[in-house]
Design a protein around this ligand. Structure first.
Ligand code: MG
Length: 387
């Protein structure tokens, strides 16, 4: 924990993606409280170069080694540049870093997350894969090292704010809110006709393509149920979902006395990102406050469990645990990519995931290698099912 008079030193892994860019907006908004000390991107050379120059960081990482030379020409010679997984780990363990924000899509964030924890850093997690695939491993490592895993996702950040470190014994239900996606009201019979362009239109949040499709299938909420289970050390039976189309209530906690706490704000990822960074403090910013009178109403409805099988598949994966969540996640990633290439129908996404989950051999207490192996196996199985 840094002295409150100096800004928190933050490494951002995945800085040119949607969450990464929002985190840099936060850094611009609260410069006295957040200092960016390391930046890593996948292959966006120009984007990363301009970020490195703007924030004057001394360490950068371009995951794709083929762009490293082009990047080096665009930044000052004093900047140390890394590449690949080793490079991500180098940044995740920088001695001056207080917090490592992991916003890398996919499995690539997993080892850097564990390396950061091992080095005694708090981590802020935006990558779903970390808690979905290896939630048990990551949370156990964090407890052993006495570091915090701070959620960036709006739902988990909301629950984190409502819980205020209360034990899960006090909780009767975590209630994740879901926008319901663009097909919330579409009759079940028409889901088969859904096209890519329709699925990419999210009603309330501006996000990357993969997560927008996941919001339309409700796999996003399913993955979040699994994340919540590990993050807040609570079994799947106490993780619930409610559809809330306005996305103003970001999630809720119902306690054993049936009292409920909710966290609300306008829909801007800068809110949860900022809280993950400034926690345990609250810091003034320039974000738009919520105007209740202008909102007039907030709606809630039960999710359509039968029409959107992603929720039940996630419940099964989260309850059974072991390698099953990793298999579900990997098969979904492959299926979404195929849908985006227009090679798979919309219901084909969950059909592929279900078939893959039923095929791959299940391992109960997997180590990191077994998890990564299950991920690879599920990917090739899903590809085979699609082709
Ligand atoms: Mg979310």
């Amino acid at each position: 924990m840094p002295h409150p008079d100096r800004p928190k030193n933050v490494v951002v892994l995945g800085s040119t993606g949607s969450i990464g860019e929002s985190s840099l907006k936060v850094a611009r908004d609260i410069p006295g409280r957040m200092k960016v000390v390391g930046l890593a991107a996948n292959r966006s050379i120009d984007g990363l170069a301009s970020q490195i120059n703007e924030f004057e960081v001394q360490q950068g990482c371009l995951y794709d080694p083929t762009g490293l030379e082009a990047l080096s020409i665009q930044v000052s010679p004093g900047v140390t540049l890394h590449t690949g997984e080793e490079g991500l780990i180098e940044l995740a363990t920088m001695p001056e870093a207080d917090l490592v924000l992991i916003a890398i899509v996919g499995v690539a964030g997993l080892r850097p997350a564990l390396a950061a924890i091992e080095a005694g850093k708090d981590i802020a997690v935006a990558s779903k894969e970390i808690l979905v695939m290896a939630g048990e491993t990551v949370m156990k490592a964090a407890r052993e090292k006495g570091v915090r895993v701070l959620p960036v996702d709006s739902e988990h950040n909301a629950i984190f704010q409502c819980l205020e470190d209360r034990s899960s014994e006090d909780v009767s239900r975590l209630i994740l809110t879901a926008s319901g996606g663009p097909f919330r009201e579409l009759p079940a019979g028409q889901l088969a006709e859904v096209k890519k362009a329709q699925a990419l239109k999210h009603p309330t949040w501006e996000m990357g393509q993969k997560i927008t499709i996941d919001s339309a299938t409700l796999f996003n909420k399913g993955l979040e149920m699994i994340e919540a289970r590990w993050l807040f050390d609570i079994e799947m039976a106490r993780v619930d979902v409610i559809v809330h189309p306005q996305s103003i209530v970001h999630s809720m906690v119902e306690f054993i006395d049936s009292s409920i706490l909710a966290q609300l704000s306008t829909t801007d990822m800068c809110f949860p990102i900022q809280y993950a960074i400034t926690w345990p403090e609250r810091v003034p910013n320039t974000l738009a406050p919520l105007d209740f009178a202008a909102l007039a109403r907030l709606d809630f409805e039960a999710p359509r469990w039968d029409d959107f099988p992603a929720l039940n598949l996630a419940k099964e994966a989260g309850t059974k645990g072991g390698t099953l969540p990793a298999v579900m996640n990997a098969a979904n990633e492959v299926a979404v990519a195929a849908f985006l290439r227009e090679e798979l129908s919309f219901p084909g996404i969950w059909e592929t995931v279900e078939k893959t989950m039923n095929t791959i051999a299940w391992i109960e207490n997997p180590g990191l290698d077994a998890i990564i192996n299950a991920d690879l196996e599920a990917r090739s199985k899903a590809k085979e099912l699609i082709s």
